[in-house]
Design a binder for this molecule. Structure first.
Ligand code: ZN
Length: 200
């Protein structure tokens, strides 16, 4: 890499910091950028800056959004009485891709893991209780992962909501133990959503 001019070395270095990109691939990508028309390289650079500038958390569900409310929360066709609780925005994206759910979401920001210092205060539980207390929510669907942490998190929510006038269900069937929602295939996810069971 030493024989490249400094600016190219810098681009290779930046690209190789991306996940799954080794130095060889970074070198190939850098050469591609170099050969690409000026406007294409410009569009790439600008889209990276734009993402950092404009993407924020949706004020209602905490999913990724270009504005105060995400596309899902803004969609009047969604059932606002159904709230699917997930750990991360990527989990929401997987469920959206599977097309098996027409309600809204609540993204916790992770799962309870006391060993790593992630307690209830580190996750968006208060915001969830507030949504439930608003009276709009009819059912809370727990779609946290089936790992120990995900199960503990689902349990925590189910117990906390036990005396609230809201149905609490857990997606289950077909999700293997330790299953990360974002890696589950669409068919399995669809069945798991349909086969959800009530938590009490
Ligand atoms: Zn939203």
């Amino acid at each position: 890499m030493q024989h490249y001019p400094k600016s190219i070395r810098n681009l290779i270095r930046q690209l190789s910091r991306l996940p799954g990109i080794g130095e060889k691939t970074a070198e190939r990508l850098a050469m591609h950028v170099l050969r690409a028309p000026g406007e294409q390289a410009q569009a790439l650079a600008e889209s990276i800056l734009q993402v950092k500038r404009s993407v924020q958390h949706c004020q209602q569900c905490f999913g990724l959004s270009d504005g105060p409310l995400c596309q899902v929360c803004q969609d009047p066709a969604r059932e606002d009485g159904l709230v699917c609780v997930v750990e991360q925005p990527a989990d929401m994206m997987s469920i959206e891709k599977a097309g098996c759910f027409n309600g809204l979401y609540h993204i916790l920001g992770g799962a309870l893991c006391p060993m790593d210092g992630i307690g209830p205060d580190q996750l968006r539980f208060e915001q969830l209780w507030r949504r439930v207390d608003s009276g709009q929510v009819r059912e809370v669907i727990l779609a946290t992962s089936t790992s120990v942490e995900g199960e503990a998190t689902a349990d925590f929510i189910a117990r906390r909501l036990a005396d609230k006038p809201v149905r609490v269900s857990r997606i289950a069937s077909g999700i293997p133990m330790g299953g990360d929602i974002k890696y589950i295939d669409q068919m399995t996810l669809k069945r798991a959503m349909e086969g959800r069971h009530e938590c009490r």
